[in-house]
Design a protein. Structure first.
Length: 128
């Protein structure tokens, strides 16, 4: 009986940890304007910027409205949503992975593709 009570208490105490694994949006530390290079962060005509908002991500040629989020133990956020690419008239399901790489860098991968690493831009410049 005591063992069962300890197991139940342990399970209840772990609920906040489970809730932390299900974020409702991209964390503030990952939000903002990110550039593939310092040039991307200062040149308004450069197409190497990404804007990350709480529930959406905008690349030069792709936009995703994000709806479901999951956090991994290494800090990676995986977001699922609906995406549209440049010139496309259809909207498809997509997955975007975000992972901080040091204090000023963010790795972002679309679907099963390789991650690209971006640096935080000091000033927000429109992506498109």
């Amino acid at each position: 009986m005591i063992r069962l009570a300890l197991i139940a208490a342990t399970a209840l105490m772990s609920l906040p940890a489970v809730a932390q694994q299900r974020p409702r949006a991209i964390p503030p530390a990952m939000q903002g304007t990110w550039g593939s290079s310092s040039e991307s962060c200062t040149n308004a005509t450069d197409d190497g910027r990404v804007e990350v908002k709480p529930r959406e991500v905008t690349f030069f040629a792709t936009y995703c409205a994000l709806r479901r989020f999951r956090a991994a133990r290494d800090g990676t956020i995986t977001a699922h949503g609906l995406c549209r690419g440049e010139g496309e008239t259809t909207i498809e399901r997509g997955t975007v992975r975000f992972r901080r790489v040091g204090g000023n860098r963010l790795a972002i991968a679309l679907d099963d593709g390789e991650a690209s690493t971006y640096q935080r831009c000091e000033r927000p410049i429109p992506v498109r």
